[in-house]
Design a protein. Structure first.
Length: 407
């Protein structure tokens, strides 16, 4: 019991240093959850879970939420463990619950990378660079983000986007930054298209349907695109040929976690698929302070029971072991995940070298943040702009990419 008490007090103190919940709130939340204790090296290869674990995910009805529910059925049947899925309506809310230790893991998207970098929604004083750790990536048969265009706009290739009307989603910098990255494939920028401001994702689809825009960004299998396909305008996906090495490099310089991908699933995707880019969705992450044995167990169960849940939710097949891209990751992996991957012999020297480089990047970002804070401006906007400049200089000094323009 003394050891348990010391563990709780340590977590409270570390949470305060990270700027998390107040100590009393954290103590209450910790005591409301079953404790997860290590039981010795002799059981290192066994999956170990508390009575309840929790994920944050996209809202009810999304692919990430449905996949978590499918996995929860396995955990309940095989391990008598309940998986609570807490929906988060935006990028910040999903990671806020993870940082506050109200959930053990987060199944989100690119927001984990933006949190690592301390940019966009995470460039504020209460955030800054976050020590996120990857567990698993889902690369489904669709794609996480590409250009869905009206067929009557005659956008047959990315270069044809010049002069066309592209939706700009207010309050969604991650979407707009992804658009900028894909435009760079053809050496285009937002200045080369006509931005059409919309109030949200569904409004983006409506703008194309109502002939206010010619293209919108989104996942290849996103249900709203069926509406464009069925409309008089029709739906077309311009491809991003992977054999153009310079064009691929331009995109990945902006979004290094976007990888060349063949999408075979989605509205009006032709037989044989199309060449696009994609990122992990869901992207299962933890923090550096997440218990190693719990992270190991989560990865082990998801891999070893894959065949039991892969067909129980749309896109769940994307969690397959052969779809993990260790040598292309932009976020360092959690030691618990690495332990499992080493056990089964898939963690390569290349993966380890990249992981060490990713850890070094996070260290550079943290040092830049710690040096910046004492003299930072009080004004919110001035703070953000000054931090982004300090961040860019720190990364450039180490020869690291800054993720391009427009942050």
């Amino acid at each position: 019991m003394k050891a348990v008490t010391r563990s709780i007090i340590t977590r409270i103190n570390s949470s305060d240093r990270r700027g998390g919940l107040a100590a009393t709130v954290l103590l209450s939340s910790l005591l409301s959850l079953p404790l997860f204790l290590l039981t010795g090296a002799s059981q290192a290869a066994e999956a170990q879970f508390p009575k309840t674990i929790a994920w944050s995910a996209y809202p009810t009805g999304t692919g990430g939420y449905s996949q978590a529910v499918a996995l929860g059925n396995i955990l309940q049947r095989q391990y008598s463990t309940n998986l609570r899925v807490i929906p988060g309506r935006n990028d910040v809310s999903r990671l806020a619950t993870l940082r506050a230790e109200r959930v053990h893991f987060s199944a989100g998207g690119s927001e984990s990378v933006y949190a690592q970098e301390g940019i966009l929604n995470f460039a504020s004083k209460i955030w800054g660079p976050q020590p996120v750790r990857a567990l698993l990536s889902n690369y489904s048969d669709a794609c996480s983000f590409s250009f869905a265009t009206a067929a009557d706009a005659n956008i047959n290739r990315v270069a044809d986007m010049a002069g066309k009307r592209m939706t700009f989603v207010q309050g969604a910098p991650s979407l707009n930054n992804a658009t900028a990255a894909l435009l760079s494939y053809a050496n285009l920028t937002w200045d080369d298209v006509i931005p059409v401001e919309v109030g949200g994702y569904n409004a983006s689809i409506d703008a194309v349907l109502n002939n206010r825009a010619d293209a919108a960004g989104g996942a290849c299998n996103s249900p709203p695109f069926l509406r464009i396909e069925a409309s008089p305008r029709g739906l077309y996906w311009p491809e991003f040929p992977h054999d153009d090495a310079e064009a691929v490099a331009r995109v990945r310089d902006r979004l290094p976690w976007y990888v060349p991908h063949i999408a075979i699933e989605g509205a009006n995707i032709p037989d044989g698929g199309i060449e696009v880019f994609s990122s992990a969705y869901p992207f299962l992450v933890a923090y550096d302070f997440t218990d190693e044995a719990l992270a190991y167990s989560m990865v082990k169960v998801m891999m070893e029971h894959f065949d039991q849940y892969k067909g129980n939710a749309p896109g769940a097949n994307g969690w397959a072991l052969e779809r993990q891209k260790f040598e292309q990751s932009f976020v360092p992996y959690h030691p618990g995940a690495i332990r499992y991957f080493r056990e089964i012999g898939v963690w390569t020297e290349e993966a380890e070298a990249l992981n060490q480089a990713n850890l070094r990047r996070q260290q550079v970002l943290k040092q830049a943040w710690d040096a910046f804070l004492p003299g930072a401006p009080d004004d919110y906007r001035e703070f953000e702009q000054a931090w982004l400049l300090a961040r860019e200089r720190a990364l450039e000094a180490e020869g690291l990419i800054t993720l391009g323009e427009g942050l």
